[in-house]
Design a binder for this molecule. Sequence first.
Ligand code: NDP
Length: 286
Amino acid sequence: MKRFALLGEPLGHSLSPLLHKAIYRQLEIDDASYRTVELAEDRLKAFFSGFRVGGFDGVNVTVPHKANVIPLLDEVDPKAQLLNAVNTVHRIDNRLIGHNTDLLGFAYSLSSNEVSIAGGEFAIIGAGGSAQAVGAVFAEGEAKQVSILNRTPERAETLKRLIQEVNPAVKVELVDAQGLAKRAKYLDCVVNTTSVGMAPNSKETPLESAICEQLFSPETVAFDLVYNPLKTAFLAAAEKQGAPTINGLQMLVAQAVHSVEIWMGGNIVAHVDMNSLVRDLEKAIK
Ligand code: NDP
């Protein structure tokens, strides 16, 4: 039996066990288990000692441990190193190797919604861990310009530096909400990477409705990394202006499938029906 887990705190009603079990079912893998392990930072070291000697075959890592686990690993792939964030750890014999599949999940969701990056202009609201993955995808995809709007300017600066480290040709601007609205006609996609609007605070939005009215049109896609509720107040405001919308569910599914591919090997991404997994999760959230 192969053993996998999600590590974080708090994990509450995480969808990951349901999602991973649905992936194993699709792939007809019947000798794998997936469970949540809720751990405070001071217990990580002991957990990783057991993991290393065979306690688990792989783990996913979520808030607040994506950076905390890095010193406990033997190797970290260059992208995870760049973001200083690991969301997938694979044990090979007694070696632990860290990866970041959030980038792959975000890139998958953009491409499956036919949002192309090269030469485009994008906005990122927020500058935390997930914003770094989003920024790195825009930089690697050769976006022309990225605007960043964040509550804490220092974190926005850090994100700017990361984007320009990945691709110095990308123009990066730090903006306030008014400044963002001024870019409206150039923007291909605006991504909310903050947790604002996540259940149970589903009435909240990261942008006031007057700004959403100026910002969105049928030419500008609204992407919210939040997936519960499925239609956040941010997406609803964008939809009101005729904007196409994408929630975070497809990204969540794709990052999980990429984790399974790292753990199991083979070309799993190509063999999984992502849409059916999204539908399974939609039923669980509704
Ligand atoms: P972090 O804590 O690393 O970053 C959160 C960001 O949101 C920070 O920039 C923070 O601003 C900003 N923020 C938080 N609260 C507020 C507020 N009230 N007003 C304005 N800004 C605020 O979180 P993550 O980046 O890891 O996760 C963010 C969201 O993305 C979560 O909802 C998470 O569930 C979702 N997510 C979804 C994924 C998917 O697969 N769909 C994958 C990863 C994350 P400041 O810097 O000022 O503190």
